[in-house]
Design a protein around this ligand. Structure first.
Ligand SMILES: C[S@@+](CC[C@H](N)C(=O)[O-])C[C@H]1O[C@@H](n2cnc3c(N)ncnc32)[C@H](O)[C@@H]1O
Length: 237
């Protein structure tokens, strides 16, 4: 199987077939990928952390969700070079906004010129910080409760349940919270001893998260095998 430099995320494909993952990307995803996103993907591919980027097929699904719910006020936790951030900015209206949180501004700045060129920077409020204190600060203002339409979480897996609790207060009933990497390279279905040491801790957190949301009566869920696993939670109460 041939890799191209712009596809370092292919190994994440849970379809266990690079050919099938490529087929989906080639036939349905790349032909419709907006050119700024393609440019950002190609720039990101040169960065050593490129495997962290949200996959284009998951991006396409998120773009659809954002438009379906007409999202205007959104939060993103875990920006990296900004693939999912730019995708969100391109999918929401001109007067909509994103609070984007990441303690690493350097990687955000890799994608920033492309975001600026795409004319969507005005929608983004980038906060250089760990996410939990920012969410807690937002929750100190009662006006923020139930005011967000959409949240995307793609950062430290150990805090997924902490993010979930806070975002459930910030996102309105009918709004969506989307979590990336919820199949953790397929390791959630493997015995722990078969998993490499560096993946064990996050795997445990993801399994705990998956078990918890599966019985959470405040949300409806769909865990899709897109990219590295995308769990879509819809707040219902
Ligand atoms: C998987 S990457 C995000 C990828 C991004 N969604 C994209 O499409 O390129 C994870 C990011 O989470 C950030 N991060 C790590 N710990 C964090 C925390 N406690 N709060 C917010 N972001 C965090 C990292 O700096 C990194 O940029």
């Amino acid at each position: 199987m041939e890799f191209t430099t712009a596809e370092p995320f292919l190994h994440k494909g849970l379809l266990q077939s690079f050919e099938l993952t490529k087929y989906i990307l080639k036939t349905n995803v790349y032909p419709r990928e907006p050119s700024p996103l393609k440019e950002l993907r190609e720039v990101t591919a040169k960065h050593p952390g490129n495997f962290m980027s949200t996959t284009p097929d998951s991006g396409q699904l998120m773009g659809m969700l954002l438009k379906l719910i007409n999202a205007k006020k959104t939060i993103e936790i875990g920006v990296y070079t900004g693939y999912s951030l730019l995708l969100t900015a391109l999918s929401i209206p001109h007067d909509a906004m994103i609070i984007a949180i990441d303690p690493n501004k350097e990687t955000y700045e890799i994608g920033l010129p492309i975001i600026q060129k795409a004319g969507v920077e005005h929608k983004i409020n980038f906060i250089e910080s760990q996410a939990l204190p920012v969410l807690d600060k937002l929750l100190q203002n009662k006006d923020n409760e139930g005011s967000f339409d959409f949240a995307f979480v793609d950062a430290d897996k150990e805090n997924y349940l902490n993010y979930h609790e806070r975002l459930l207060k910030l996102v309105k009933v009918g709004g969506l919270i989307v979590f990336d990497n919820t199949l953790w390279g397929g390791t959630v279905a493997q015995p722990e001893e078969a998993v490499s040491e560096d993946r064990k801790e996050s795997r445990r957190s993801i399994i705990e998260f998956n078990n918890s949301v599966s019985i959470d009566q405040r949300i409806e869920i769909a865990l899709t095998p897109s990219g590295d696993g995308l769990t879509i939670c819809r707040r219902i109460r």
